[in-house]
Ligand binder design. Sequence first.
Ligand SMILES: [Zn+2]
Length: 258
Amino acid sequence: MNLADLVRGMLSTRLLYQNDSYLKKSSCDILRVEPDDRKATYVIADQSIFHPKSGGQPSDTGNIVSHGFVFNVKRVMFAGGIVVHWGKNVQGEIGLGPANLEIEWELRYRFMRKHTAAHLFDNCLSETLGRRTEAVDSWVGDDSYVGYRGPCPPMDQLCSAEEMANTSINEEASVTARVIPREEVQNLKCDIPDFDRLPKDRDLRVVTIKGFQGIPCGGTHVNNLKEIGSFKLVSAQPLDGGFKVSFDIAPKMSPAQP
Ligand SMILES: [Zn+2]
């Protein structure tokens, strides 16, 4: 069964990770359970804390548990506004009705920190170059990078952007998200790359690092840059029509206290 058939007729999933990226557990109501042809199962619930693989952020992993079953979520997809959990039963057999969601927090927290670091570097590179950079690709898994359009800047400018990023981290700048009407975001159009590719039928969630321009994003972010710890430029290389910046962050940090 393909994903389009699987989600047909279902209501959009409530994306709990967008309201609170720090949620490690939540309840849910399982609405659909569908076996696939590889002895695995697709699961759809009314709400989810699992972030699907999208926007350069890898899929969350974790468990869905209830009385009588433990279901291991190995992969999470997003289709037509629906979060689709894919995995296998490890105890009992998953069924419809109330259950609890639990994400693998250590992994997710590292994705959140790296994804926020990618936003930060975008902003710092734009400021350093004096023009808005156009990020076209990113990944925040084991090897993290952002791909940009345009010529690769000289290393001294990339190092200036790296230094600016670390200054913002040390200044403990806040990171906030708010949902605003699309028309309001449109007023900022000149500063947002690929604006026309964003959803046209709904309000947009704009994520802002204090001191920088906000940008529409549906991902998970830390609340304060100090949680990134440090930003390290690993390499920069020209690609066809653009360039790729690889980066890393401090190995381990703790969530900031609100
Ligand atoms: Zn984001």
